[in-house]
Write a protein that binds this ligand. Sequence first.
Ligand SMILES: *Cc1c(COP(=O)(O)O)cnc(C)c1O
Length: 408
Amino acid sequence: MPRVPPAARAAKDADGGRPARPPERCAVVDLGAVRHNVRVIRTIAEPARVMAVVKADAYGHGAVPVARAAIEAGATWLGVAHIGEALALRAEGIEAPVLAWLHTSAGDFSAAVGAGIDLGCSGWELRRIAEAARGCGRPARVHLKIDTGLGRNGAPPDRWEAVLAEATGYQDRGLLRIVGVFSHLALADEPHRPGTDAQLGVFRDAVALAEDAGCELEVRHIANSPAALSRPDSHFDLVRTGLSLYGLSPFRDRSSADLGLRPAMTLRVLVSHCKRVPAGQGVGYGLTYRTSEESVLGLIPLGYADGIPRTSRGGPVRIAGTTYRVAGGVAMDQTVVDLGPSTDSTAMAGHEAVIFGTGEDGGPTADDWARAAGTINYEIVTRISPRVPRVHINSEPDARPHAGSGSG
Ligand SMILES: *Cc1c(COP(=O)(O)O)cnc(C)c1O
């Protein structure tokens, strides 16, 4: 795993001691921040345990290194959407309990059972899972999902007893073990709305019915990040946290710092080119931006193919301690910032630009980009594309954090 710090000023070659050349573009992922965030969530959730949700390549942060860091910091479970994501963790030698919860009729339930992966189950999967277990010669571990109101996965409440009857039937035949009951919340990021109370009520009833039906549950779980952080009555045995693990806030009116979390990802790139242009210079496809005076334009070699939202307007970019705004649209590979008339264009070319990061020194954050793009911070980090290399820093649990926490 590369352990190249984000900037030449901090980087040293392993042997030569000379500054390593920083990659021209990368997403620096601070695993020290991930471990810190896990510890924060653990403290809040105790005595409930923490499932680190590492689906979608750990929201773009790199599933395997994040999973390892989260386990080191005391998360006891891993959560993913697809069986394929869970198998990829197992293939890297990760042995922690893993739950996969989103399946289709083409899902490889045999591979999952064979690899000791716990399966979320809404009901329709039961027969397939039982058949896979028979083929593997070992019982499948199943978490039954009740739809308490989100309207996506999960058995509707009026089907719950039928699902329990079918599942306990397979359990009695030794084909599966019902180890969990779970659900997912629709409104936990909007604590002022009352729907969460109703969902928790339906969940408690579903758990009671499962226990009455003879299920010896290891874990009951419904809390995502916003619920873990704001609703202790939702914690039950396990909180399934994704966003907060990455140091981002699920709440509109509370920042990462307000929650004691540290954003783990810094997206940075070298300024490709700078040039002085006259007043009235159009910028980018459609010429939606024109300089109001003579100015310097900086070319940022990241675009929507890298995951910068094309729908964003005026997103922030930090260069040499100043935050500039994107001028015009975001193209496939590149974006332009207006650096103003007094910028020295030769000094800025080749300089590091931070698109978003920890926000510590007033720099831009994923939250700022979410606002600029009319979306949520979840999407900003998750959509950073594979064209952007991930550089993981502070991989070792006892590593001293780099100055600036890798914000470069
Ligand atoms: C993605 C997901 C989570 C994690 O949600 P966060 O808000 O990122 O903490 C938890 N549970 C399920 C079922 C999910 O799909």
